[in-house]
Design a protein around this ligand. Structure first.
Ligand code: BGC
Length: 773
């Protein structure tokens, strides 16, 4: 089903999401699979994906080529629930996007599902999908093995449901900590985010589905996302935001990259020649296809020639208009073939032609296992005064569990990444929500009950729950209990940014009241990103569990009671106050102009290009901790921070000077519990580089038994030591002294040493970033 224009498309998108969210869509439908009996020389598996793509293209008509460059999305799903209940004449599985294949050539359907933190919209067809902990939780593991498990699980569940492509892999850096989509992303550091998404996408693609990275680039806030013009200099982009994509692309060989809604330096991301052709395709060597975010295509020849390969959804630009542009020569036939080639090579590369997905039951138990493991490794112990944690169940007579629906569930992030709650949301939606709120503001709680999990850990204690809506009642229960565990949360979603870093609904007052009533107060946070903590000095423990997924409560309880020794570290900074941010005020659309998302509603005209506003990234490459270090601001909790129930000592830093240099040091577990320490290596470049702040260049998760020591050796990737010379359009190693700092957090690096890169080495070009080490 094709839609006539952008307005209609967007309206349908919102309506459809609304239908899904309010649960009208309960019908089950069976779709016939496309009969695929591929024959032809392109089915020769001994040929490369590129050769096979070219052989298939040689057989294709112009119309067939054009048909692969755009498709439907949401609209098919909408049609499914037509009043007469008839199934639409489409094979779409009814998720975010669908492009029919070409049966005569065996070209498979592209069935795209949003799958940032698990496969979405399962409930529409009565399917189970694992709700994983959020992306920022995965990032808090700093663990490529965890990232692989995360990606493999999503890939397997997509494949089991017949999907052939994932829309996930979000790695926009946390430049704006109020961004509603931080929960989907992987924090503020380009190397950490890039390595993790690279491992995740490689594992996802190994399951035989096409992966993607998004949203390229610098789609760092939801407010005004369709109209905001990000002004950033090239060096800042290449060394931060774009570096994350560069590493992700190179490490994974990902099949697709989704360009974003916003403009970058005056040009829409989806028609930005520098972003797409120069950086992504030429410099990063990306061989896959560029897919537009939903409704982010704005032109025909301009977009095609700038590097966009696929418009989604709809056919406004890459349908008939593109065909005409090819016929007139405005878009050369060679470029059209390149677009198709990129799509087909991605499909060949993951095995879609040879091994198309067949539907089978998803294994929920396998999903639970991975979800719990990621949550346990990704939960961050922020504070633990006087070793309040872990709780010793045997000695505790009573526990007050307070707030945040902890009796029934754990919170999840909203928008297109929302994974349906198995069995429905544990907390029914509020009444009287507008359609917009139903889609973007309606929190979904997964059925994993912290109260039950805590009771299971402390079977002999009296464990009582108070909803926390009345601070006085909550404080009374806290006072009457040995320990108080307060759950606090902040919902975040695509489409809206959080209004501030202050916990909503009076929860700061709740924590303060409980802490005043009981000195043994532990706070468990369920948030998309950082929040401020005015009560921090008055509580004894703080655990950041993010949105912890379908087994979140079990993971939290295992950490609270010491079944699991926490090892997660923050992939982003928690500021003390919003005044410390590069932009203390969230950049809003200029007053007097309609709010961004309202433009999607029926009756509100969707006008191109009339609401643009500039957002100047004047902080440049000082993203996250680099900003706090450079500006001498003390964060509430630093990047890389995370406590354990044991203690670690660092010693013996040595550097083997070479290009690239190797760093060796020893980590010892000096406590009495086994644990895993994420040892971090930072480097400050020579003064001539003009970057007087450190950058993360390597890390290693070290498993240590009590008393055990291990020697870690990390070879520093020259690319990560380099700066981007915008004048030369090239990376370079600056000669001079490099200071190495090693420790357990960006603000706790007991080991320091310097190595020198001499002039003579300057000419050596750094090896490419990447290689899944
Ligand atoms: C989101 C994408 C998503 C797409 C399809 C857009 O609104 O920005 O992340 O993949 O919709 O659902």
């Amino acid at each position: 089903m094709k839609l006539r224009n952008s307005t209609l498309r967007m309206q349908t998108f919102v309506l459809t999401l609304a239908l899904l969210t309010i649960g009208i869509a309960t019908a089950r439908a069976q779709f016939p699979f496309q009969p695929q009996k591929p024959k032809g020389p392109w089915m020769d598996k001994t040929l490369s994906p590129d050769q096979r793509a070219d052989l298939a293209i040689a057989q294709m008509t112009l119309d067939e080529k054009i048909a692969l460059l755009h498709g439907g999305g949401w609209a098919e799903l909408f049609a499914l629930f037509a009043p007469d209940g008839t199934a639409p004449a489409t094979r779409s599985l009814g998720n975010a996007g669908y492009i029919p294949g070409i049966a005569r050539l065996g070209i498979p359907d592209l069935q795209m599902a949003d799958a940032a933190v698990g496969v979405t919209h399962g409930s529409v067809f009565g399917r189970y999908c694992t709700a994983l902990p959020s992306g920022v939780s995965e990032a808090s593991t700093w663990d490529l093995t965890m990232a692989r498990e995360y990606g493999a699980l999503i890939g397997r569940e997509l494949r089991d449901q017949g999907y052939t492509m994932s829309l996930g892999g979000g790695i926009d850096l946390t430049r704006e900590p109020r961004n509603g989509r931080i929960f989907e992303y992987k924090g503020e550091d380009p190397i950490l985010a890039g390595k993790l998404v690279g491992a995740e996408m490689r594992a996802l693609q190994e399951q035989g589905v096409v992966g993607d990275l998004k949203h390229y680039a610098m789609n760092d806030q939801e407010n005004g996302r369709n109209y905001v013009n990000i002004k950033a200099d090239r060096r800042a982009m290449r060394e931060s935001d774009l570096l994350a994509f560069e590493i992700g692309v190179k490490d994974s060989g990902v099949g697709a990259v989704m360009c974003s809604y916003n403009l970058v330096n005056g040009v829409y991301a989806c028609e930005n020649d520098y972003l797409l052709n120069t950086a992504l395709k030429k410099d990063f060597g990306f061989q896959g296809f560029v897919i537009s975010d939903w409704g982010a295509t704005h032109s025909v020849a301009k977009a095609a020639m700038a590097g966009l390969d696929m418009e989604m959804p709809g056919n406004d630009h890459f349908g008939e208009p593109l065909k005409k542009a090819v016929e007139s020569g405005e878009v050369p036939a060679a470029r059209l073939n390149d677009m198709v080639h990129r799509i087909l090579r991605s499909e060949f590369a993951v095995g879609l032609f040879d091994n198309p997905p067949g539907r089978q039951e998803v294994d929920p138990m396998a999903g639970f296992e991975v979800a719990q493991r990621v949550a346990e490794q990704g939960t961050v112990l922020l504070k633990n005064a006087d070793h309040q944690l872990p709780l010793a169940a045997a000695g505790i007579r009573s526990i007050a569990v307070i707030g945040s629906h902890a009796d029934v569930g754990v919170l999840s992030g909203g928008g297109s990444a929302q994974v349906d709650a198995a069995g429905g949301s544990a907390v029914p939606p509020r009444a009287g929500l507008s359609p917009m709120e139903q889609v973007f503001g309606n929190p979904v709680w997964h059925r994993s009950s912290p109260l039950k999990a805590i009771r299971a850990q402390a079977p002999n204690a009296k464990v009582e729950f108070d909803p926390g809506t009345d601070t006085a009642t909550a404080a009374r229960l806290a006072q009457a209990s040995d320990v108080a565990i307060v759950f606090v949360s902040q919902h975040a979603s695509e489409g809206v940014d959080v209004p501030s870093l202050t916990l909503p609904q009076n929860q700061d007052a709740l924590v303060s009241a409980v802490a005043a009533a009981n000195p043994h107060t532990i706070v468990v946070l369920e948030t998309g990103g950082p929040v401020t903590m005015p009560w921090i000095d008055h509580v004894s423990g703080v655990l950041e569990s993010w949105y912890p997924g379908i087994r979140g409560a079990e993971a939290i309880a295992n950490i609270l009671f010491g079944e699991v020794n926490p090892s997660g570290k923050l992939p982003l900074t928690f500021p003390k106050s919003e005044a410390d941010l590069p932009r203390p005020e969230l950049a809003h659309q200029p007053p007097g102009r309609p709010e961004d998302m309202k433009a999607l509603f029926p009756g509100v005209p969707y006008k191109e290009n009339t609401r643009q506003f500039d957002l100047d990234y004047s902080e440049g490459l000082k993203v996250g901790y680099k900003w706090y270090d450079a500006e001498a601001k003390v964060p509430l909790f630093a990047f890389g921070h995370g406590l354990s129930y044991t203690t670690y000592a660092y010693s013996g830093l040595k550097i083997t000077p070479a290009v690239p240099p190797a760093v060796t040091f020893t980590v010892e577990n000096t406590g009495s519990r086994a644990g895993a320490e994420i040892a971090q290596v930072y480097v400050t470049l020579p003064a001539a580089a003009g970057e007087p702040f450190q950058r993360l260049v390597a890390w290693e998760k070290v498993q240590l038994a009590p008393g055990e020591s291990k020697t870690v050796t990390a070879t520093l990737d020259s690319h990560y030591l380099s700066i981007f010379n915008a004048d030369q359009d090239a990376w370079e190693l600056v000669p001079g002294d490099y200071q190495v700092h090693v420790g357990g957090s960006s603000r706790d690096t007991p080991l320091h040493r310097t190595f020198t890169i001499k002039d003579v080495e300057k000419g050596q070009s750094p090896p490419p970033a990447g290689g899944d080490k």
